[in-house]
Ligand binder design. Structure first.
Ligand code: ATP
Length: 233
């Protein structure tokens, strides 16, 4: 079954086109890697799916529900959470307080949500009383992901979670995303490390200047292709 279906999506910023006629699907329990050079439109794609930028045309459906014109809040309620670039944790609050914010609107589910978060990410359990601002970069990303998972989303949109992190912490992030996947969450992954993203994902989509230049199974996106589209091997 296709969880997310994006069809003919275009986005303009004023006169400038940022996305033109982008279509793809993310079946349930799968991961799609979106790759492309700087400025290709990857973050715009993420923001259009989660309702943060206006679509000039195209449709977005999720689990059969038309989300093309609904608010970001409704899109979240439909089960899509967006982890934007940057860490987005409250640095002056503890790990526990940050996680509680994830279910601020639904305190009844908090205890079960916290239990699940600490089960998925034992490190956060050990550090529950530590201020988020004093966690390592990778741990902060983990916290941001754990908080997003509190609402039991069906799809996580992860935009450059590994940006600026040392390789060991990038491992941590992929491990964390892997745990979310094992728990049945689909992933739209925007990632600067093409190799890592392709290892993780089932499908891959390459964007160039706002258009899809290649899409296919992640394990068929070989070096030649990456070199041609991304200037790297
Ligand atoms: P990067 O890898 O550098 O983060 P990206 O692929 O995520 O890039 P976007 O951030 O989606 O690319 O940007 C796509 C294009 O749209 C770029 O040319 C960018 O300058 C432009 N753009 C993005 N946001 C806005 C905005 N709010 N207003 C005007 N132009 C924008």
């Amino acid at each position: 079954m296709s969880a997310l279906k994006v069809d003919g999506l275009s986005v303009r910023y004023g006169a400038a086109g940022a996305l033109a006629d982008v279509s793809f699907e993310i079946p349930s329990n799968t991961a799609l890697a979106v790759l492309g050079p700087n400025g290709a439109g990857k973050s715009t794609l993420a923001r259009a799916v989660s309702g943060l930028v206006r679509k000039s045309s195209g449709t977005v459906t999720f689990g059969g529900q038309d989300l093309s014109t609904v608010s970001p809040a409704k899109i979240r309620r439909a089960g899509i959470v967006h982890l934007p670039e940057g860490r987005g944790v409250f640095r002056g609050l503890t790990v526990l307080e940050n996680l509680r914010m994830g279910l601020a609107a639904d305190p009844g589910r908090r205890a079960a949500g916290l239990e699940r978060a600490f089960e998925l990410f034992p490190v956060l359990g050990e550090r529950r009383k530590q201020l988020a601002g004093t966690l390592s970069g990778g741990e902060q990303q983990m916290l941001s992901l754990a908080r997003a998972l509190m609402v039991e989303p069906k799809l996580v949109i992860a935009d450059e979670m590994s940006l600026g992190l040392a390789p060991k912490l990038v491992d941590l992030i992929f491990e964390s995303l892997g745990r979310a996947r094992s728990a049945g969450v689909s992933v739209l992954l925007i990632e600067q490390f093409a190799g890592r993203a392709l290892e993780f994902a089932d499908q891959c989509l390459i964007l160039q200047r706002g258009s899809v230049s290649w899409s296919g199974p992640a394990d068929t996106a070989g070096e030649e292709l990456l070199h041609r589209y991304l200037g790297e091997a």
